[in-house]
Design a binder for this molecule. Sequence first.
Ligand SMILES: Nc1ncnc2c1ncn2[C@@H]1O[C@H](COP(=O)(O)OP(=O)(O)OP(=O)(O)O)[C@@H](O)[C@H]1O
Ligand SMILES: [Mg+2]
Length: 204
Amino acid sequence: MEEWVIFVTGVASVGKTLFSMKLAEKLGIRFIDLPEVIMEMKLYEYYDEVAREYVVDFRKVSGKLGSLLKKDKTIIASVYLFKPRNITVRLVIVLRVRPDILMLRLRERGYPEWKIAENLLAEIVDKPLHDALKTFGKRKVIQIDVTDKNIDELVENVYSAYLSSNLRNLDVRVDWIGELEKVERGHDVLQFLARYTKFISKQI
Ligand SMILES: Nc1ncnc2c1ncn2[C@@H]1O[C@H](COP(=O)(O)OP(=O)(O)OP(=O)(O)O)[C@@H](O)[C@H]1O
Ligand SMILES: [Mg+2]
């Protein structure tokens, strides 16, 4: 049986879990939410009290995932990217959400201000794209802008592209500073980040 992986990545709250779950269901293949597996199998080193998150042990992840990924195609939703042992990574889909919308979503989910700032900055400077390119190279990476997209329509589009072997054609370029200016939200986002940076410099 053919074995491969599609990674779905992006910053916190872009919709990795929801999108991957629905796409895997549509394709009739396995879905793995990496944060869940990491917790269940205790694939972390320790809990970082300051960052309020688990520090992941990637040697353990890579080893364990090797066996979990066998005998089927899999979609993995994850912020972290890694090369699973002996399994082909077919594609990395980087989900992108316009930073003003992302800011609202992170607030709604009760993230502390510093974590909102961290994720907004990562989104604005294309960090998930950079990480994906660094690990897998540009032939394997595409970006999809999911801002204001209906999730079921999006899954349908990706499914059709998959069937016609056209996934690469879904790739878009992202210019958030330009987009934010167009919708006149650049000021709000940059003001939030400036306020936050001032707060940090006072603490130092
Ligand atoms: N396309 C979308 N349109 C509107 N809301 C969405 C969309 N996709 C996801 N959401 C909502 O955004 C929130 C985050 O979604 P989800 O948990 O799938 O993101 P995630 O990237 O997996 O987040 P995390 O990094 O915390 O794992 C959820 O409340 C979800 O319902
Ligand atoms: Mg998730």
